[in-house]
Ligand binder design. Structure first.
Ligand code: KIV
Length: 272
């Protein structure tokens, strides 16, 4: 049993801040459905992120932009029905919070009311500070997301490492401090050099959860389909595969197809 499971019956936003204070690293993975969320929760994960990466891995879109608020609510509700222990954070999808804080608040309220999620995540820094503040005033916990922000892919043009140049690194540090001041309980830092990420994590009290941001931050997050080796064509340097489910599933499917064709399935004990 993990240290966290013994100490916290249920993980809250406060538990994550305490974990940072105590030097305990935070584990976070994505999930989008009931069965996966149940396995993750019982395995002892601290946080499930219902990420807008569902747009890629569940719906097959090239980017995260097309996924809708209704679709995010559907995925988040399925996850919420499965969990007993972990914190569930839900991404606000593209177009539901940028440039209009009233819209942002309405979107966050829909997520909380209709899915039962515990917190929302938004991508961006100073440019969305009004939206973050307005959501926070409704008592909805907010996780920030800086560095590579996939919802802005058409602005940046590539998925390469961010904050390599000094100007961008300064803006990143300022944005992280701003998110803390506004009242975010944590932030995700995606694809930035490890030394910059560590500096950011050390400069603020709220936990920094990294993806492609090195080991000097307060926790790690991966997309579950990637770490299970289901998306074998996606190979960024930061991705550690903990299983090769692509091969395992392909073999299982091939064996099933073979058994059906060969009339080996079902056998006598597998029928009524
Ligand atoms: O949508 C997502 O899965 C994310 C993670 C990559 C952090 O935002």
């Amino acid at each position: 049993m993990s240290i966290t499971r013994k100490k916290y019956k249920r993980i809250t936003t406060k538990s994550l801040v305490e974990m940072k204070e105590n030097g305990e690293k935070i584990s976070m993975l994505t999930a989008y459905d009931f069965t996966m969320a149940k396995i993750l929760d019982r395995a002892g994960i601290d946080v499930i992120l219902v990420g807008d990466s569902a747009s890629n891995v569940m719906s097959g879109h090239e980017t995260t932009l097309p996924i809708t608020l209704n679709e995010m609510i559907y995925h988040a509700s399925s996850v919420i029905r499965a969990i007993e222990h972990c914190l569930v954070v839900v991404d606000l999808p593209f177009g539901t919070y940028q440039g209009n804080s009233k819209n942002a608040l309405d979107s966050a309220i829909r997520i909380m009311k209709e899915s039962g999620g515990h917190a929302v995540k938004l991508e961006g820094g100073s440019e969305i500070s009004e939206s973050i503040s307005r959501i926070l005033t409704a008592g909805i916990p907010v996780m920030g997301h800086l560095g590579l922000t996939p919802q802005s892919i058409y602005k940046f043009g590539t998925y390469t490492v961010r904050a390599k140049e000094e100007q961008e690194a300064i803006k990143l540090m300022e944005d992280a401090q701003l998110l803390e001041q506004l009242g975010c309980f944590a932030l995700v830092l995606e694809k930035v050099p490890a030394r910059i990420a560590e500096r950011v994590a050390k400069s603020i009290k709220i936990p920094v959860i990294g993806i492609g941001a090195g080991g000097g931050v307060d926790g790690q997050v991966l997309v579950v389909h990637d770490m299970l080796g289901m998306t074998h064509e996606f190979n960024p340097r930061f991705l550690r595969r903990y299983a090769d489910l692509h091969s395992i599933m392909t073999n299982a499917f091939k064996n099933y197809i073979h058994d059906v064709k060969a009339q080996n399935f079902p056998n006598k004990s597998e029928q009524y």
